[in-house]
Design a protein around this ligand. Structure first.
Ligand code: SF4
Ligand code: FES
Length: 250
């Protein structure tokens, strides 16, 4: 059965506007729609009434780009588990429900407009060390010629599935980015290709994380619960150990 819903949505004209929650009604929402398709319906209805559509981020709409950052009924990416907002289905809600929709909130994620936040702080952390340097002048060694044990390969791959959405930050009472940075450090720390720059990587990424204004980790674990990719807290422990090793070397 199609649903009629009340939406309480954060509206904010620009970064300096104070912003406020505004109520909207949407009608005839199919349970098979994704959450973003439901917002598309709302925006069509707003445009038809000559009202400003709600600005929200999205790109792939298949759970891989990390753009669709919405805080829905008090949870990053909403009430389902291991899915992004674009993969959240309206069947998770009931006819007559009121749904609260806010942007991801953190000092390091300032609101640009309505539900869109600026997550370029994550990009700057990546630029500080989230890469390996490879000689690409024609004699690059095929990665598959270096044997890597299965456990390390699988664990590095799991860390690399982090899509940089920021749900970990939005869910954390301290706005800590440790799960994101832990994943980005771990995906290289476990592989031989990542060992060369390991010391600089962890020191520089953590320094940048602190400069961006993210908070400290106090082990509440909310980030792991809300992460759509199931990134484990082990990655934070691995980053801390990499950081300690690097600090002792320095
Ligand atoms: S660790 Fe999870 S919640 Fe945090 S940015 Fe990566 S995918 Fe998103
Ligand atoms: S729009 Fe790409 S992950 Fe949701």
């Amino acid at each position: 059965m199609n649903m009629n819903l009340t939406l309480k949505i954060w509206r904010q004209k620009n970064a300096s506007d104070k912003g406020k929650m505004v109520d909207y009604k949407v009608t005839d929402i199919s349970p098979d729609m994704s959450f973003l398709e439901m917002l598309d319906v709302l925006n069509e209805q707003l445009i038809n009434r000559d009202e400003e559509p709600v600005a929200f981020d999205h790109d792939c709409r298949e759970g891989i780009c990390g753009m669709c950052s919405l805080f829905i009924n008090g949870e990053a990416h909403g009430p389902d588990r291991a899915v992004t907002t674009c993969q959240l289905h309206m069947r998770m809600f009931k006819d007559g429900d009121t749904i609260t929709i806010e942007p991801f909130r953190a000092t390091a994620f300032p609101v640009v407009k309505d539900l869109i936040v600026d997550r370029s702080s994550f990009d700057r952390i990546q630029h500080a060390g989230g890469f390996i340097s490879v000689n690409t002048s024609g004699n690059t060694i095929d990665a598959n010629t270096i044997p890597i044990n299965k456990h390390d390969a699988d664990t590095a791959f799991e860390a690399a599935t982090c899509i940089g959405c920021g749900a970990c930050v939005a869910s954390c009472k301290n706005s800590s980015a440790m799960l994101f940075v832990g994943a980005k450090v771990s995906q290289f720390a476990l592989l031989p290709q990542g060992k060369v720059e390991a010391t600089d990587r962890v020191l520089n990424m953590v320094k940048q994380m602190d400069e961006e204004g993210f908070g400290n980790c106090t082990n509440t674990g909310a980030c792991e619960v809300e992460c759509p990719k199931g990134i484990s807290l082990e990655n934070i422990a691995r980053m801390n150990s990499e950081y300690l090793k690097a600090s002792l070397k320095g």
